[in-house]
Each structure stands twice: as structure tokens, then as C-alpha cells.
Ligand binder design. Structure first.
Ligand SMILES: *Cc1c(COP(=O)(O)O)cnc(C)c1O
Ligand SMILES: [Zn+2]
Length: 366
């Protein structure tokens, strides 16, 4: 049986609907057996991220996901420019709510349904809230989403459309999280947090499984945008499981991208810190990654260092031009997602290096 373990003090807890952090304040990780990956079994499942359900910590033969799934996952992987055949984009905005967050939300809300919860609360800069709201609707679970009044209006409209109650909070992204956490304590409900709840990463790890299948192996490097690190850590865990099962023989290098105006992890990486110091968000167009105090910062830095990866920071003027260039190549992404391509343009790729850039959110969102 899987358990939670505190990343700071090592304390263990059983997985319940209301446990979301350690009594010491530390972040919880899942302790579970290393999944035995049976590649041949994948074809017994529909063509979605649920191909990999047997690698996720659900009760054996649990079918809860069948009533939750909206077909998320298995996004296309495409050579961006035929002149550079080893650079791919993974079109992760091809998802039910138009962002990669559906990977995590589908799995997290399946777990919530399995635990029998009737209400969830989440806080978000936009896309995670949209995704949790959609899957909560799918599960017939009521849902409050805490977000900033400055969130893109189209994202707020999306959340509302799914019937979630919106709680608009004045203040920083951290103030919004604090308001949600206060409500969690007062109402003792399930915290459907993409940052805190480890089940979210069981969903985002499928990003790695899919790349492994689509490229028939492991790429040399992955460009990954980082705010709270849910895609970065998910990709890291996914490739680690493939490595532990000897399906691949190395980890891809993680090239993490932040906006220069809100880059606590870049600063920590460059000065050799183990844990990032919080920064003040100077304001960035990349609203989806503007996280001044990433709660899993220590784990993100560790993952990047372990893969021999690096960090790149992007200036504001580079964001718009990257978005325009991508659109001229056919791919229209939301502003935050242009940062990924800007990071790629700054990265000094070797000619034969295989690299995957995620297109995380659809252009009509912002
Ligand atoms: C959530 C999100 C990110 C960043 O993900 P983190 O988990 O915060 O690192 C990047 N781009 C888009 C479009 C997102 O929705
Ligand atoms: Zn602890």
C-alpha cells in the first residue's frame, strides 16, 4: 500500500482525503513500490494516458478512471522544422481543457473520487484551476477555485463554465495559496493542489511514458518551463521509472526555463543553493510560471542537477517574439508557453541532440 512521506523530516502518513502536508509543514511525496512496467499490457487500454494506469498507485484493477477520463494524453509529437529533424514539439495543448494540466488533474481527481470526497478546493494561476474544475464536474464533486482577479479572463470563464465556485483573492500568488489552505483547514475538505498532492505527478509522469513510446527511446534533452515544477518533476519521475525498469539506459537532461522577472530557481541554481530563496515577482507576461516561492523548489533543483541539466531565464521581449515565430511555424500557444520556445532558441543545442519542447497551453487562452 502506498503512503505519504514528508520530504523534510521523513514522517509517514497513510493516504487520506484530508492529509496534504506534514505536521512539520513539509511537502509529502508518495512512497510506493517501483512499478513493474509491462509494455505489452499497454495496448489493452484506450489510447490515452490511461495506457499506463498499471504504473499508477491505484487499487489493482480499479476502474474508477473509466468514468473520469475525457481521453487526455497521447498528444502528438512533431518535428518542428524539417531542417532540424531532431527537435520535436509535443503538442500538449491538445487536451480536454487545452493545457497539460489535464494529465495531473485526471489522475488526481480519479484518486479523489476513489477516496469518496464530495468537495475539493484548489488554487491556481489559471490552467490548473480550469483543469481541476473540469474533472471535478466530470466526477460530480463540488469545487472551489481560488485565483487572482488578474487571471486571464478567458481562463476565468473556462473555470466558471464547469460550475466551479470562483474565489477571487487580492494579492500575490502566495496569498492566494494561503487563502485556499485556510479554507481547507476550516472546511476539512480535499486539497486538489497540483503543487502539494503527489497524485498530480502520477499524471504528469505520463509525459515521459508517451515520449518514450513516440520516439522509441529516450531523447537527449527536454525543455521544460518551471513555475511550481509539476511537469518537470512528473517528467523526471516518469523517466526514472523507465530507467529503473531498464527500458532506457540514461535520463534526459532537464533544461528548465523561467521568466527572468520571476526566477527564484535560476538564481538558486546559479549560486549553488539547495533550496531557493523566495523572490518578489517583478511582473511577467508568463503568468502561468510566475511562482516566487516554489514549494517543491528543493526537489526541482535536485532533479535538474541529477540529470546534468541547466536553467535558462527569459526576458520579457523574448516572449512575444518567440510566440510569433512559433505561430508562423503553425503552432499557436498561450503567452506563457512561448517561454518554452524562447528557452529553446537560447539553448545551444548540439547538431545531433534530440530535444523535446512542450507546447503547454493553447493560444486562445491568453
Ligand atoms: C502550469 C503551466 C506551466 C508551468 O507548470 P508548473 O507546474 O507551474 O511548473 C507552464 N505553462 C503552462 C501553459 C501552464 O499551464
Ligand atoms: Zn515533516
Amino acid at each position: 500500500m502506498e503512503q505519504y512521506r514528508c520530504n523534510s523530516c521523513g514522517e509517514k502518513y497513510s493516504v487520506t482525503a484530508t492529509r496534504w502536508r506534514c505536521d512539520c509543514g513539509g511537502m509529502l511525496d508518495l512512497v510506493k513500490d517501483i512499478p513493474k512496467i509491462d509494455v505489452a499490457a499497454w495496448n489493452h487500454f484506450p489510447n490515452s494516458l490511461w495506457r499506463y494506469v498499471e504504473t499508477m498507485p491505484f487499487l489493482k484493477d480499479s476502474k474508477t478512471w473509466e468514468s473520469v477520463t475525457m481521453g487526455e494524453g497521447q498528444s502528438p509529437i512533431i518535428v518542428l522544422d524539417p531542417l532540424d529533424p531532431t527537435t520535436y514539439v509535443k503538442v500538449d495543448y491538445v487536451m480536454p481543457t487545452l493545457s497539460f494540466k489535464d494529465r495531473g488533474a485526471a489522475v488526481l481527481m480519479t484518486k479523489a473520487k476513489e477516496l469518496g470526497v464530495s468537495k475539493v478546493i484548489a488554487d491556481s494561476s489559471g490552467n490548473a484551476g480550469t483543469s481541476i474544475a473540469a474533472y471535478a464536474a466530470r466526477c460530480n464533486i463540488s469545487c472551489d477555485i481560488y485565483l487572482s482577479a488578474n487571471t486571464s479572463p478567458k481562463k476565468i470563464a473556462q473555470v466558471k463554465a464547469h460550475g466551479a465556485t470562483i474565489k477571487e483573492i487580492e494579492g500575490t500568488r502566495e496569498d492566494i495559496a494561503a487563502a485556499a489552505q485556510k479554507a481547507i483547514q476550516e472546511e476539512t475538505v480535499f486539497y486538489a493542489s497540483h503543487v502539494y498532492n503527489p497524485y498530480f505527478y502520477e499524471g504528469t509522469k505520463t509525459y515521459a511514458y508517451e515520449i518514450f513510446e513516440q520516439l522509441k527511446g529516450v531523447p537527449d534533452s527536454l525543455i521544460i518551463p518551471v513555475g511550481n515544477g509539476t511537469l518537470l518533476l512528473g517528467a523526471y519521475y516518469g523517466f526514472k521509472e523507465l530507467l529503473e525498469n531498464r527500458l532506457i539506459d540514461k535520463m534526459p537532461k532537464l533544461i528548465a526555463i523561467q521568466a527572468a522577472n520571476c526566477a527564484p530557481l535560476v538564481t538558486a541554481f546559479e549560486s549553488g543553493e539547495i533550496t531557493p530563496a523566495p523572490v518578489v515577482n517583478q511582473g511577467t507576461l508568463a503568468e502561468g510560471i510566475a511562482i516566487a516561492a516554489p514549494a517543491r523548489g528543493k526537489q526541482i533543483l535536485e532533479a535538474v542537477r541529477k540529470t546534468n541539466g541547466t536553467f535558462i531565464s527569459i526576458e520579457e521581449d523574448e516572449i512575444h517574439s518567440a510566440r510569433a515565430k512559433l505561430a508562423y511555424l503553425g503552432f499557436y500557444v498561450e503567452i506563457t508557453s512561448a517561454v518554452n520556445y524562447a528557452g529553446y532558441l537560447k539553448y545551444k543545442k548540439a547538431p545531433e541532440e534530440t530535444i523535446v519542447i512542450p507546447l503547454c497551453g493553447a493560444g486562445i487562452k491568453s
